[in-house]
Write a new protein. Sequence first.
Length: 243
Amino acid sequence: LNIYKVHPMESSAHYIKERINQFQPTEKRPFVLGLPTGSSPIGCYHRLAEFCKSGQLSFRNVVTFNMDECVGIPRNHKESYYSFMQTHLFKHIDIKPENINMLNGNAEDLDAECHRYEAAMAAHGGIELFLGGIGPDGHIAFNEPGSSLTSRTRVKTLAYETIIANTRFFDGDIDRVPKLALTVGVATFMDAREVCIMITGAHKSIALAKCIEEGVNHMWSVSAIQMHPKGLVVCDEDATLEL
Ligand code: GLP
C-alpha cells in the first residue's frame, strides 16, 4: 500500500494536468475548462503555472470559462474576478487571450450578457471539466442557498452572509461590497462532462457533509454534484470533520 501525503490543491493540479495532456484537441474541439475564483483554487493555480513554466503542461489548446463575476466594479479593480484570474493564473500561463472567457459585470444589458455566455459555452461544445470551490453554506459559484438546481447563467443577488464574508476584500466597508453578481447556474455547472469541487478547512466541514452525505437539496446547491455521472470532490482532512 502506498500512501502519498500531498496537499489537496496539489493533487487537483496534477489531475487537471493529466486530463489536459491526455485530451486530443482539434481546432474545432479544444479542451474547455471551467474555473472558479476564491482562496481555495489559488494553490492549484500556482502549481499549474509551475507545470507550464517547466514545460509539463501547455494551455495553447485550452479554452477557459470562469464561473462568476461581480456586478458594477471596474474590470481592473483589484477585487474583480478578472483581476484575480490574471494575477493568479492567466498571466503565468501560455493561454491565448482570445481563449479566456469571463462574464462582464459591467455589461449594459446583464441578462443579454448571461445569454451570450451560455451560447459561447455551447458553441465550444460545452465544458469538459468544471472546477469549483464552495462557500461555507454550500454554494457553488454564486448559487446562494435556495438557487434552483435547474438554474442557468443569470444575475444573482448575494446572500447577506456572502456580502459580509466579502467585506474583507473591501477594507471592511460593507457599502463598497458588490451586492449583485453574474453567475453560471447549478445546471450550467452540472452540464460539464466532469465536475471537480475543491473544499478545504473546518469551516466548510458541515457544507461538505450536507453536500455529499445528505439528500440533494437546493438549500445546499453543491449537493447537486451527487447526481453527476463524473463528480469528484478534493478535500483536506479538516473539511472531513463532519463526515
Ligand atoms: C465566492 C465565490 C465562489 C467560491 C466561494 C468560496 O462566493 N463566488 O466561487 O467558491 O467564494 O471562496 P473561498 O475559496 O475563498 O472560500
